[in-house]
Design a protein around this ligand. Structure first.
Ligand code: MN
Length: 479
């Protein structure tokens, strides 16, 4: 997976590598421990890691451990702690520090030597390679403190172990950044719809998502300030990016409608940046003063890394931004379960929306098209039409059950549709839910999962689980 990171507010974070030990075997042994730890950190950083690991310290006293954890808490650039119990670390020393740590914790259960050297092994070797012992002592305290930390077991130079560390880092960074997500909602939720509603205060307490309302007029004001030069400058870049499809429109009418969306994009971006919002929602029922429902504008902002969901669905908009951070905005975005394919052996769900399908899923060069919106009586909005890529991934949804939130995770298998759909004026993504269509759909409905999801072909069920475990929120896994 490409972990170069998204363009939008590039997130620079690091992780501290802390080795647990004690003074039983003298300073020479401790010197060797530190040397070995530095080798591991250096080699891990050479692998395809999304963030840097920094060797922080050899921790051998409760005072030191507590100090390190407090330091990690207030250091904005530290996203989490990786611990390694090289030579056994009596875990009473870790209690206070672990209690105070407010950032994700990974217990790397590994050993410097891959194999037991039967010809030379003696008690010095045994004492120096004592993670098997230390892992259990340390794990006991984490379990007793209900730390719900991540544990990765295996040889540190193994590819699978490195990949697991990389995936956890992505979750840990997203976890921290999640508390900074601010959602601007233009308009309220769509009338009569249940699942997109919810308790915004509880969402902030649980997930850290900050949700503010704005009247659509606030955005219209910003749209009116956008100049023709600004619009033309953005429009000029489209010829390389998209295939122009005038359809039944004249080129003039088509361009005019596209440029309305460009003005929306510029205005939205300005508005969001000014308020530090990284996610937003719109509602087609609340467009006073707007000529079109934002379509192309929303799609281009999604491609940049903004979270979005339609119909005032602020929960899904925040989740979208969250998972875009976790996935580096690779094949991740807002989706709606639209239409079933029920033919036996071919069962699948067509994912789409009235306009706003995320271009990070596009397998082909998107077609820029202007057509009437099937809902409401506004002007014909411009939108990008494309087919979704294939791949394994997840569909995630957050539902508010009044007493608590429930996170639903469905493993999915996406594929590119083979048949053309000449009359469908929206992008389409197809997938099959795991373990099979019937069970997957059945369990989703039975558990009260919404029709809005955030899907990702760059994330795994385990990563979402790591996150919900950090938050201690009810989670339903369908895989
Ligand atoms: Mn919808």
């Amino acid at each position: 997976m490409d972990r170069k990171g998204m363009k939008m507010n590039n997130i620079n974070k690091k992780f501290w590598f802390i080795v647990g030990s004690q003074h039983l075997y003298g300073p020479e042994a401790l010197g060797q421990v530190e040397k070995n730890a530095r080798v591991i950190v250096e080699e891990l950083n050479k692998a395809n890691m999304p963030y840097t690991i920094e060797f922080k310290d050899l921790a051998t006293t409760p005072e030191k451990i507590t100090e390190l954890m407090l330091e990690a808490n207030y250091n904005e650039d530290v996203a989490g702690i990786i611990t390694w119990m090289h030579t056994f670390s009596p875990a009473k020393m870790w209690i206070r520090g672990t209690q105070l740590l407010q950032k994700p914790l990974l217990h790397l259960a590994t050993q410097f030597n891959e194999s037991i050297p039967w010809d030379t092994i003696d008690m010095d070797f045994m004492n120096l390679n004592q993670a098997a012992h230390g892992d259990r002592e340390y794990g006991y305290i984490n379990a007793r403190l209900d730390k719900r930390n991540k544990i990765i077991v295996g040889y540190w130079d193994d590819l699978e172990v490195k990949e697991d560390i990389a995936k956890w880092m992505d979750v840990a960074v997203a976890y921290n950044e999640g508390f900074k997500i601010k959602v601007a909602r233009f308009g309220d939720n769509m009338r009569n719809v249940a699942v997109t509603d919810g308790d915004k205060i509880e969402a902030q307490i649980q997930f850290g998502w900050y949700v503010d309302y704005y009247g659509i007029g606030d955005l219209v004001e910003e749209v009116n300030k956008v100049t023709e030069e600004e619009i033309n400058e953005v429009f000029a870049s489209f010829a390389d990016l998209y295939e122009f499809d005038y359809g039944n429109n004249t080129e003039e009418v088509w361009e005019e409608h596209v440029k309305v969306q460009v003005a929306y994009e510029i205005a939205l971006k300005r508005f969001l940046e000014a308020g530090n919002y990284t996610a937003f929602s719109t509602n087609f029922q609340d467009l006073h003063g707007m000529d079109q429902l934002p379509g192309l504008a929303v799609q281009r902002l999604m491609a940049e890394g903004y979270g979005f969901a339609g119909e005032g669905d602020w929960k899904t908009a925040a989740l979208d931004r969250f998972l875009k951070i976790m996935s580096h905005n690779v094949a991740t975005g807002f989706m709606e379960d639209y239409t079933y394919e029920l033919k036996k052996g071919h069962e699948a769900i067509l994912q789409s929306h009235m306009l706003e399908v995320d271009p990070t899923f596009a397998v082909n060069k998107p077609r820029l098209f202007v057509a009437p919106l099937s809902i409401g009586d506004k002007g014909d909005p411009a939108r990008l039409i494309f087919d979704g890529m294939e791949g394994e991934g997840v569909a995630v949804s957050v539902a508010d059950f009044g007493t608590h939130f429930k996170v639903l995770i469905n493993q999915i298998s996406a594929f590119t549709p083979e048949q053309a759909a000449p009359n469908l004026p929206v992008a389409r993504v197809m997938w099959r839910p795991a373990p099979n269509f019937k069970t997957g759909v059945h369990q989703w409905i039975e558990n009260g999962g919404g029709h809005h999801t955030v899907a990702s072909l760059a994330l795994t069920v385990d990563q979402i689980l790591d996150w919900t475990s950090m938050l201690d929120v009810e989670t339903v896994i369908i895989d």
